[in-house]
Design a protein around this ligand. Structure first.
Ligand code: DGL
Length: 250
C-alpha cells in the first residue's frame, strides 16, 4: 500500500486525454496534473530549454512526494525521457509515444496517417518506431500549430487549419489515424469532418494506463484504499481552468 500521488505533466491540457483514461483504470490513486500551458508549445523548444522546464516541474512534483510521473506529452517524451529517468532514478516514469506499434499490430494493411507535432515527427524515437514497425501505407504528418490552437481554445480556426494540413495527403485514402500528440484526441470530430469520412482513431492513452498499472503492481506501489482518489491541478496559466472543465472525464 503506497498512498503517494501520481504526477502527470504536459505542455497544457493535452495530458488530460491520458489522465482521463488512467483515472478510469486506477480510480483509487491520487493524481496531481502539472498543466504547463505557459510553455506551450514544447515542440519549438531546444532540448536544453526542455530540460530546464522539466527540472522545474520535477522540483514541484517531488515536493508533492510523487511515486510515479506520467510524461503525458509525446514531444517531451521523445526529447527528455532518458534524461529524467537518469536524473530522478528513484521515481518511476511512464512516457508517451505515437501508437505506431498498435496500428502495425491491429491494422497492418490499412492506410495509416500519423499526426504529431513537428518536434515528434522529426525525433529519433519516431524514426525508430517507423522503421521497426514498417508499414508501406503509412504517412507521417507534422501538424504545425495544431496543439497551440487547441491549447488556446481557438476551435473556430480548426477547419481551415486542418484543411491546410491535409492538402499534403490523399485524405480520401486514410483509414486509420494515429493521434501522436495528447492534445489531438479532443478534436477527433473535427479531424474526421475534415477527412470527409469515418476513420479508426488510435492514441497512446490505453497503453499508458496499462503500463502505469503494471509498474505499480510490480513494485507494490498500489494505493489499495477503498475510496476514490483525489485530483489536483497545478496551473501555469489561469485560462486552463475553462479547458479542464470542458475536457475532464470526457
Ligand atoms: N501534448 C503535447 C504532445 O503530446 C503537445 C506538444 C507541444 O507542446 O508542442 O506532443
Amino acid at each position: 500500500m503506497d498512498k503517494r500521488p501520481i504526477g502527470v505533466l504536459d505542455s497544457g491540457i493535452g495530458g488530460l486525454s491520458v489522465l482521463n483514461k488512467v483515472k478510469r483504470l486506477l480510480p483509487n490513486e491520487d493524481y496531481i496534473f502539472y498543466v504547463d500551458s505557459i510553455h506551450n508549445p514544447y515542440g519549438n523548444k531546444t532540448k536544453e530549454e526542455l530540460i530546464e522546464i522539466v527540472d522545474n516541474i520535477m522540483n514541484v512534483l517531488i515536493e508533492k512526494n510523487v511515486k510515479l510521473v506520467i510524461v503525458a506529452c509525446n514531444t517531451a517524451s521523445t526529447q527528455v525521457i532518458s534524461y529524467l529517468r537518469e536524473k530522478y532514478s528513484s521515481i518511476l516514469f511512464v512516457a508517451t509515444e505515437p501508437a505506431i506499434k498498435v496500428a502495425y499490430d491491429y491494422y497492418p494493411h490499412k492506410n495509416t496517417l500519423v499526426m504529431a507535432t513537428p518536434g515528434t515527427i522529426a525525433s529519433e524515437r519516431l524514426m525508430l518506431l517507423d522503421e521497426t514497425y514498417h508499414q508501406d501505407r503509412r504517412t507521417l504528418l507534422a501538424c504545425s500549430g495544431l496543439a497551440e490552437l487547441i491549447e488556446q481554445h481557438r476551435l473556430k480556426e480548426l477547419p481551415d487549419h486542418l484543411d491546410n494540413l491535409f492538402l499534403k495527403i490523399e485524405r480520401q485514402k486514410v483509414e486509420v489515424v494515429v493521434l501522436g500528440c495528447t492534445h489531438y484526441p479532443f478534436i477527433k470530430e473535427e479531424i474526421q469532418k475534415s477527412l470527409g469520412h469515418p476513420v479508426i482513431f488510435l492514441d497512446g492513452a490505453e497503453g499508458i494506463s496499462k503500463r502505469v498499472e503494471f509498474l505499480l503492481e510490480q513494485q507494490n506501489l498500489r494505493n489499495s484504499s477503498k475510496h476514490k482518489g483525489s485530483l489536483s491541478f497545478i496551473l501555469t496559466n489561469d485560462k486552463s481552468q475553462t479547458l479542464i472543465d470542458k475536457y475532464l472525464d470526457c
